[in-house]
Design a protein around this ligand. Structure first.
Ligand code: URA
Ligand code: SF4
Length: 199
């Protein structure tokens, strides 16, 4: 599985399937544990992410790290990625065509990781799973999507611009450990069938 994620990351780093490839310094495939049971999906790389080729390494990433640690978690045990893997110019919203072109990679990452919980950070990420819903309405409310639980939260960058949102993120992240505990076992965690003796 780790190999599969690496191969995919290599493909992403040279991808030219949408115009965002033109202005990027580095594509940002995503980062974390290949055995993660939680996946965080943000919007798109920003300035620092584009420079380093790693997700959530700027101010929003620092806040995300604080949130994770307040819930007793670390980056090492989750997987973090974005809706689109290359930085939009001036950090504008990704366009629908760009999201569509990049979907192949995110879908593949979900398919490989089979996370029990996906934390959808912000409205762009939420729109992948529940396009008609609003993030203010759904935040902090887990919802089933295929074999996975989607847990929507405000985007950490939104809370940096609007301090009033901060406590919602601090509240919502607290629900994550319990949610993970209660989530049904994923396919990769099912007990292996035992070999029965042949008599
Ligand atoms: N904002 C995002 O959505 N993703 C990042 O990786 C960084 C900031
Ligand atoms: Fe390819 Fe996605 Fe980057 Fe567009 S954003 S060039 S689809 S990796």
């Amino acid at each position: 599985m780790e190999e599969e994620l690496k191969t995919l990351a290599q493909r992403i780093s040279v991808c030219k399937d949408c115009p965002l490839s033109r202005n990027r310094t580095h594509a940002v495939p995503g980062d974390g544990s290949s055995s993660a049971r939680i996946m965080f999906i943000g919007e798109a790389p920003g300035f620092y992410e584009d420079q380093q080729g790693r997700p959530f390494v700027g101010p929003a990433g620092k806040f995300l790290d604080e949130l994770l640690s307040s819930a007793g978690m670390s980056r090492g045990e989750v997987f973090i990625t974005n809706m689109v893997k290359c930085r939009p110019p001036e950090n504008r919203d990704p366009m629908p065509g760009e999201v569509e072109a990049c979907r192949q990679y995110l879908d593949k990452q979900i398919q490989i990781l089979k996370p029990r919980v996906i934390v959808a950070l912000g409205r762009h990420s939420l729109a992948k799973f529940f396009p008609q819903e609003s993030i203010s309405k759904l935040r902090g409310k887990p919802r089933q999507w295929n074999d996975t639980i989607i847990y929507p939260m405000f985007h950490p960058a939104a809370a940096l611009h609007n301090q009033g949102l901060r406590h919602y993120l601090e509240e919502d992240i607290k629900g994550l450990p319990l949610l993970l505990k209660e989530a049904p076992l994923g396919e990769k965690e099912q007990p292996q069938p035992q070999q029965l003796p042949m008599f």
